[in-house]
Ligand binder design. Structure first.
Ligand code: ADP
Ligand code: TRP
Length: 320
């Protein structure tokens, strides 16, 4: 692996079944950017972030394994990518603590996720409040240049940038590099079956590993209204898997025939997703591979992050 390339860092929480919003909005960029060979990629399972909302032993284990298999199924190559679990690398939580000490409460109170949770009147745990600082640590530990994510994570990257600047200012150093978000404009917000942002919390998803039957069921449930020229919610999802030039013709030809257009969408989605699904199933039958890959990722991520932490400890004056 080439150490001089700019670093790419991203992660996903193992909290639910992956959907095509996760794939087109984030995962596909992990794969494409890693394959392009221009970056040194680190991709992880954000299990400590998941702990804020998922506190069930079996589910944590199962979903963590599923996410690793999913990373491989969509095309991440563990020979090119450092693939690891956040909880395997203690530097993440250690650096989070150091960031906590230079961060103010009012600043964290401005985070969208915190404000949303508060508006829903939930009793917010400290981990949820502190979420952006752990995420800043995830990113800054590896000197990330780019962080591919969906649009909903933009503010979190800004928190990471602000935190890098703050640390550098407080300790008069240039130890932390400012990361850039990598958000693909046309898939920044993939819509769900109801036209709102696709999200596991809204029950409007098309699962990434759905069978053809399941795809058909979800597509048939896409909300259409008969007022416009074409069923916009169907079109918006169709655009992910077929060029707009081809779609224009198709949607003209079958104008008004929503059932036919939905069937064509099922066909296209199924063709696009079938190889990913097949790979996912193939990998399920090889459980040993997960430990092997995570073991290797842990060694590599620990070595790199520990070297950075040594510099951090020296900079703040707790190590000499
Ligand atoms: P969810 O909203 O379903 O809980 P997560 O928050 O776990 O999804 O998101 C994991 C990654 O997928 C993040 O990078 C996020 O920005 C991206 N993502 C999630 N939903 C979408 C969407 N509808 N469109 C684009 N990207 C998305
Ligand atoms: N907050 C991200 C999400 O909900 C997951 C995440 C945690 C992440 N740490 C990260 C993404 C670091 C990119 C970089 O999807």
């Amino acid at each position: 692996m080439n150490d001089t390339k700019p670093v790419l860092v991203s992660g996903i929480k193992p909290t639910g079944d992956l959907h095509i919003g996760n794939y087109f909005g984030a995962m596909r960029q992990f794969v494409e950017l890693s394959r392009a060979g221009k970056y040194r990629p680190f991709v992880f399972v954000a299990d400590y972030h998941a702990l804020n909302s998922m506190q069930e032993h079996e589910e944590m284990r199962r979903r963590t394994r599923e996410l690793v298999v999913a990373y491989l199924a969509v095309g991440l190559d563990p020979k090119e990518v450092v693939l690891f679990k956040q909880s395997d690398v203690p530097a993440h939580t250690e650096l989070c603590w150091i960031f906590d000490t230079i961060t103010t409460m009012p600043y964290l109170m401005r985070a969208h996720a915190y404000k949303d949770a508060e508006a829903r009147n939930k009793e917010i745990n400290v981990g949820t409040f502190n979420y952006p600082m752990l995420m800043a640590a995830d990113i800054l530990l590896y000197d990330a240049a780019v962080v591919p994510v969906g649009a909903d994570q933009k503010q979190h990257i800004e928190y990471a940038r602000d935190t890098a600047e703050k640390f550098n200012r407080v300790y008069r150093t240039d130890l932390f590099k400012l990361p850039e978000p990598y958000i693909m404009a046309d898939v920044a917000v993939v819509p769900g079956t109801d036209g709102q942002k696709m999200s596991k919390s809204y029950g409007n998803v098309i699962p990434l590993f759905a069978s053809r039957e399941e795809l058909a069921r979800r597509v048939m449930s896409i909300v259409t209204d008969s007022s416009g020229e074409r069923p916009e919610n169907v079109y918006a999802i169709h655009k992910l898997v077929r060029s707009e030039g081809e779609l224009e013709k198709m949607y003209d030809e079958y104008q008004g025939d929503y059932k036919m257009l939905k069937e064509l969408l099922v066909e296209d989605l199924d063709r696009y997703l079938a190889p990913i699904r097949a790979k996912y199933e193939e990998l399920q039958s090889d459980p040993g591979i997960i430990e092997e890959i995570l073991g290797e990722g842990k060694r590599e991520a620990r070595a790199i992050s520990e070297a950075k932490m040594e510099e951090v400890r020296r900079t703040i004056g707790v190590a000499y």
